[in-house]
Every structure is written in structure tokens, then in C-alpha cells.
Design a protein around this ligand. Structure first.
Ligand code: NAI
Length: 691
């Protein structure tokens, strides 16, 4: 173990002893910090009060998650908390930046808490698939009653100011925090503090009905997830059991969940989202260009959403359109969207006006583009149109400015060839609705240089996106992989399923929406047009479109829709399916849920492996992050490559080979990488480590 004293600094300010957690960058509570706090409390003898504060940007982001699953090294957080609670003088937590998870639990074990303005406090454990494990579920309800449910089950942090109102922070201290906290501790040292564990006023008179009513809205949208329910049970114990017994319930829930598959999946995605944003082969000196003005070409569905994202995050943006009418339509759509958010109470009028002021429009292409620090093109999906636009952009934009395209299928090199600056051309593939979806696939062409990549990454992050760099190929990563699912959907319908069977299985797995309902939402004519262009057929899908069932926009697609867009199974579609099967002489059979799941997910895994072979994605985790952020794949399932690893690549290989044979779909032939890893007993995760 490294020296505990390096991780907790001591200072004496008159009669107040200060302990500073010094574990950059976020002060996780690693073993040395815990030991340092314990030593520090012993060394504080004679002081009138003790202040615990974080150095750097944070109080503490909580437990050191890399210590999970390893043998526990004492002292535990509970040992530290016991020492705090046994202290003869008050121990005051002084919070700035974030106090999250174990960080907040440490503060809750103290006699009192003060915070800098704007500090964020919360218990996000539920989002990593477990429950707070160091008394948070027992102490917080004792301080604030049922309001604790929202913080613990919801997992969203609150500001210090809100925490004061709720009653679990004693005061917000203006000015330098350490000085203010020391003064506060000195002034209040004589007070008698009741430790959270000894408070009973807020948990008295447990009312099961009121408790369940408070839980209901918090678990309404966490279908299939275990950790919110674990949190509920732990908090319930705070209301129904003595403190020590409640702690036991919490500990049991923590241990059960933290070693479970969902938590491993959620942590895989949590760390993966950080990793995916690091581009491995970018030279260390690659610098993003300064972008103070974004220009978006095309104010349609995507252009409008991209422009809104920029304005939402304070980046001035101009939409360029071909006519005043189209421009007005585009700007109006953005306004209407923001106004809806204001109406729902999620955006203040003042913030709306600030955002609206950052958004402008122009029909003067040359002038607007001449003022751009970065251009993102979102015009029609047609190579000739894109080339024309890029040739014009190249002339109008200042030298050195990056030109990005939001194309969802077209070849970035083809687009770049229309310019004299192919090294500064890059794909920035947003997902619809672009102002909401977090995923951004940045697509590297063969000439794209480090400056263009660094700029697209930086601007993506700045406007609230999660940029993942991918290679240039048809469909890039996400759409290319989901594209392989389509033929199996068609085959499953033919062989025995109805749309609702397939969607039920996928939604039961946790997908936001099944593939057929998703098709209805996007419009079935889009897929039909792609099949026509590629010269492929899908007898059932084609027959559904021919029957005028284009999806939600015609109130009928694979499903019938009522006026509230509620979907209902369709008799007409069932008949189309039965007729097509008969015509093709397919004997329909009952298909088990497991087969449905495997036949939809395995083709994606196989294509994902090909994508890794080709280097279109750098790492398996990049693929998992793409799916959990842009394709409705539940984070608690960890993404397609994580799913495959759990199944074991040998089983994946065997099942793919089996389905390739029985369905005659050669796309399901296990690719070379899967063959290799299966033979070696390897996994996608091992691939990452070897790289
Ligand atoms: P859209 O048809 O809604 O919008 C295109 C807009 O571009 C129209 O308003 C049109 O007036 C304008 N436009 C056309 N030529 C122009 C020019 N020379 N100068 C200025 N404006 C021009 O199309 P949408 O859906 O927004 O798609 C745009 C791009 O985004 C396409 O490349 C598409 O593949 C891609 N994309 C679309 C997604 C979607 O779900 N709709 C998802 C991801 C990417």
C-alpha cells in the first residue's frame, strides 16, 4: 500500500483540524484515503472540530470502482465512519465540486455538512447497477424522509442549494470554502449535533402506501433493471428497521447486485464511454481548432437538431438553406421544439431566449460559410448533391476550416474528393432526433487528418454528444450492424412469428423499441427505397408497403395505430404474412423466444466482429457504447459485444454456424475473428487487453 499520508493532508487552522483528501483527479476513496482519514481523525486530538475537505476540483467522486471484485483491504469506509461518529468533537464535511456515492456517504456520516455554491451531491450507484453500500440508504432517509427515494432510486445529483432545502446540507458557504468551513465549524463547535444514524423524526410513522406511491414514478421506466428495486428495498429498511439492521439489508443488496451481470454491464459502459472518446492513434500534439461559429448546411430534420444542440450548449450557429421558405420552416421547427420544452417546465423562458439568440439563419451560402469555424452539412442523402455542396463549401470556407458531413451512408472519401482539402473532410454522423440523441459517430476518411478528428471530437463533446471515431464504410458501425438484423426479421416473420412476437422479445430484453415498431416510426418506405436501390427483395416487408402501410405516418405499418399512436396488432398484416408464407411454401412453426433473440442479436455480433477485423471500430467497447447510446440497447445489458462475451464465443460461433445452415443466410457464417477467438478460448474483452 502506498503511503496513506500522501492521500490525506493535514492542516491546523487554530483550534480546527483540517483533513484534505488528495487523490487526484476526483478523490476516489481508495484504500490509502480511507486509512489516511482514520489516521487523521486520531491525529486531530485536542482540536475543537475537524473539517474534511477535498483538494482539487472535487470533494470526492466516491468509491474506487477498480477495487471492486478484488480482496478487500482494510480499513473499510464503515471503519472510517465509525471513527467519525465516535469523535468527541464535531466532524464537518466541506463539499465543493462533486460529492457522489461513497463521497456523499462520507459526508452523511459526519456531524454536519457545508458546501460551496453550486456543488453537486448525489448517490448515482443505481446507475452503475448496485445500491449505495456505506450507509447512504440508511442515513439519507433519516435526514430527509421520503425525499431520499428520488436521490437514491433516481440516481440524479442535486445542487447544494437544493440539498439545503431538502435538509441534508446545513449551509452553503460563500467565498473560499476551506476558510468558510473552518469558521462555520468553529462557530458551531459548541452545538450538540445529532448524528444521522440517531435521527428518527423523518422516518417515524412508516406508511407503506405513501412509500409505494413515492416509488412508483421512479421505477416506471426502469423495466428489467434490478438496481432500482434493490435501492427501494434498502430505503424501505431505513423506515422499518433499526439502523444496524437496515445497514445489513443495504449490505446484502449491495453484495448481491455488485457481483451481478447487470452491474458489470453498467460499469463496462460507464468506463467504456470514457475510453471510447480517446482516439488511440492521434498524435499527442493534435490540437482541435478553435470553434466559435458553427454553420449547418440544410435546416431539415437533422440540420435543425444539430443546430439546436449547438445553441443548447452555448455555441453560436447559423443554418443555411436554399430558400427563405425552407429556412423559415427550419427555424420554426427549432423554436417549436424549444417551446414544447418550456411548456413542459424543463426549460426556462430566459434560457430559451438565450438559446434562440444563438441561432441564426441565412440563404447567403457564400457569406455564411465564409464566417464559419466549422461546417456541418446535412442536405439530402445523394452523392451528386453532396459533391456539389462540398465543392462550393471548399471555395467559400476559409482555408483550414474543417468541413463535416452528416451523411448516414455515403462514402466520405467520395464527398472529400469534391474538395481541395480532403484532409479536413470528416463525417459527423448524428442520430435522430439530433438534439436528443447522445451518440455521434465521427467518420474518418482515408485522408482525414488529426486536426479534423480532434476538432470533430472536441466540438462533439462541447455540444453534449458522445463522439466515437469510426472508419469509413457503408453504414459505418451502428447502421451497418443493425442492417444485418433486417433479413432475419423478415425470415422470422415468414417462418412463424408475428411482428408483436419479435418486438415483445426485444423489448423484454430491454431494448427501447422492437425492430418492427422502430420501422413503423421511421417510415417503412425508407427501407423499401434502400432495397430497390440495392436490388434486393423482402417479400413481407415489400407487401406491407405495397398495401399502403408506411408506418406511423399513415397510421398503419406492421401495426395499426390509434389517434394516440398506440400500436395494436394488425389482422391485415397477419394475413399478408400468412399469404406470403403460403405462396412461398414455407411451413410456419412456433418459434421460441430464445431463438428470436439469438437470430436478431447474433448477426449483429458477427458484423461487429467483421468491423473489428477491418479496423472500422478500434475496440469492442466502441461498438457497445455506440449501441447503448444510439440504438436503444439497454446499458444494463452492456451492448452486443459484451452480450456475446457473456454467452462465450465458442457458443456464439456454434450458434452462428447452426443458424447459417438452417436459414441459408450466409451472413451468419461466423467470421474469421470469431472463429479464431472461439478456437483460442478468447473473448472480445481479451482482444481489447491484447491491443
Ligand atoms: P431533410 O430532407 O429533412 O433535410 C434536408 C434539408 O437540406 C432540406 O431542408 C433542404 O432544403 C436542405 N438542402 C438541400 N440542399 C441544400 C443546399 N444545397 N444548401 C442548403 N440546404 C440544402 O433530411 P434529413 O433527414 O435532415 O437528412 C439530412 C442528412 O442527414 C442526410 O445526409 C441523411 O442521410 C442524414 N441523416 C439522417 C438521419 C435521419 O434519421 N433522418 C440520421 C442521420 C443522418
Amino acid at each position: 500500500m502506498a503511503e496513506a499520508s500522501q492521500y490525506v493532508e493535514h492542516a491546523r487552522d487554530g483550534d480546527v483540524h483540517v483533513l484534505r483528501i488528495a487523490n487526484a483527479p476526483v478523490n476516489t476513496l481508495r484504500t490509502e484515503v480511507r486509512a489516511g482519514l482514520l489516521d487523521g481523525l486520531k491525529a486531530a486530538g485536542g482540536a475543537k472540530a475537524v473539517v474534511i475537505i477535498g483538494s482539487g476540483r472535487n470533494f470526492s467522486a466516491g468509491a474506487e470502482m477498480t477495487e471492486f471484485g478484488k480482496p478487500r483491504v482494510p480499513p473499510s469506509l464503515t471503519d472510517v465512519f465509525d471513527a467519525i461518529e465516535a469523535s468527541p468533537v464535531p466532524v464537518v464535511a466541506a463539499i465543493h465540486g462533486n460529492a457522489l456515492g461513497g463521497g456523499l456517504e462520507l459526508a452523511l456520516a459526519c456531524h454536519a455538512r457545508v458546501a460551496a455554491p453550486g456543488a453537486q451531491v448525489g448517490l448515482p450507484e443505481v446507475k452503475r447497477g448496485f445500491v449505495p453500500g456505506a450507509g447512504g440508504t440508511q442515513r439519507l432517509p433519516r435526514l430527509i424522509g421520503l425525499d431520499a427515494l428520488k436521490i437514491i432510486v433516481g440516481g440524479e445529483p442535486v445542487s447544494a442549494e437544493q440539498a439545503v432545502k431538502l435538509g441534508f446540507i446545513d449551509a452553503v458557504v460563500e467565498g473560499p470554502l476551506e476558510k468558510g468551513a473552518v469558521e462555520w465549524a468553529r462557530a458551531n463547535a459548541g452545538r450538540s449535533f445529532t448524528l444521522a444514524r440517531n435521527r428518527n423524526d423523518k422516518i417515524a410513522g412508516y406508511d407503506a402506501a405513501a412509500f409505494d406511491a413515492a416509488v412508483k414514478p421512479l421505477t416506471a421506466r426502469t423495466r428489467g433493471q434490478e438496481s432500482p428495486l434493490g435501492c427501494v428495498e434498502a430505503v424501505r429498511a431505513a423506515f422499518t428497521m433499526p439502523f444496524e439492521e437496515g445497514l445489513k439489508v443495504e449490505r446484502d443488496q449491495f453484495q448481491r447486485l455488485v457481483s451481478g451481470e447487470q452491474s458489470q454491464a453498467l460499469r463496462h459502459i460507464f468506463f467504456g464511454e470514457r475510453e471510447a472518446q480517446r482516439v488511440p492513434d492521434l498524435p499527442a500534439d493534435a490540437k482541435p481548432l478553435t470553434v466559435n461559429k458553427l454553420v449547418v448546411i440544410g435546416g431539415g430534420t437533422m440540420g435543425g437538431g444539430i443546430a439546436m444542440s449547438a445553441a443548447n450548449f452555448g455555441l453560436p450557429v447559423t443554418i443555411v438553406e436554399t430558400s427563405e421558405e425552407a429556412l423559415e420552416r427550419g427555424l420554426k421547427r427549432c423554436e417549436a421544439n424549444w417551446e414544447r420544452t418550456v411548456k413542459s417546465g424543463r426549460l426556462s423562458q430566459a434560457e430559451y431566449e438565450k438559446r434562440r439568440a444563438l441561432l441564426s439563419g441565412s440563404t447567403d451560402f457564400e457569406k455564411a460559410v465564409g464566417e464559419a469555424d466549422l461546417v456541418i452539412e446535412a442536405v439530402f442523402e445523394n452523392m451528386e448533391v453532396k459533391k456539389e455542396v462540398f465543392a462550393r463549401l471548399d471555395k467559400a470556407a476559409r482555408p483550414g476550416v474543417v468541413l463535416a458531413s452528416n451523411t448516414s451512408t455515403l462514402d466520405i472519401d467520395g464527398i472529400a474528393s469534391a474538395t481541395k482539402r480532403p484532409e479536413l473532410v470528416i463525417g459527423m454522423h448524428f442520430f435522430s432526433p439530433a438534439n436528443v440523441m447522445r451518440l455521434l459517430e465521427n467518420v474518418r476518411g482515408s485522408a482525414t487528418n488529426a486536426t479534423a478528428i480532434a476538432t470533430a471530437t472536441e466540438v462533439g463533446k462541447r455540444i453534449g454528444k458522445l463522439p466515437v471515431l469510426v472508419g469509413n464504410c457503408d453504414g459505418f458501425v451502428g447502421n451497418r450492424m443493425t442492417g444485418k438484423r433486417g433479413p432475419q426479421v423478415e425470415k422470422l416473420l415468414l417462418e412463424g412469428c408475428l411482428p408483436q412476437d419479435i418486438d415483445r422479445v426485444m423489448e423484454g430484453y430491454g431494448m427501447a423499441m422492437g425492430p418492427l415498431a422502430t420501422g413503423d416510426l421511421a417510415g417503412l418506405d425508407i427501407g423499401a427505397a434502400v432495397r430497390k436501390a440495392r436490388g434486393t427483395v423482402a417479400p413481407i416487408a415489400d407487401a406491407v408497403v405495397t398495401a399502403g402501410r408506411l408506418g406511423q405516418k399513415t397510421s398503419k405499418g406492421y401495426y395499426d395505430y390509434d389517434e394516440n399512436r398506440k400500436r395494436m396488432p394488425s389482422k391485415e398484416v397477419e394475413q399478408i404474412i400468412l399469404d406470403t408464407a403460403e405462396k412461398m411454401q414455407v411451413r410456419r412453426r412456433k418459434i421460441e423466444d430464445q431463438e428470436i433473440l439469438e437470430r436478431l442479436l447474433l448477426p449483429m455480433v458477427n458484423e461487429g466482429a467483421r468491423i473489428l477485423e477491418e479496423g472500422v471500430a478500434y475496440r469492442p467497447i466502441d461498438i457497445d457504447v455506440i449501441f447503448t447510446n444510439g440504438f436503444g440497447w439497454p446499458a444494463f445489458r452492456g451492448g452486443p459485444m459484451f452480450w456475446a462475451d457473456r454467452m462465450g464465443l465458442k457458443a456464439v460461433r456454434d450458434k452462428l454456424a447452426h443458424y447459417a445452415e438452417v436459414t441459408g443466410d450466409r451472413n451468419l457464417q461466423p467470421c474469421a475473428l470469431i472463429e479464431k477467438l472461439a478456437a483460442e478460448g478468447g473473448s472480445f474483452a481479451s482482444l481489447k487487453r491484447a491491443a
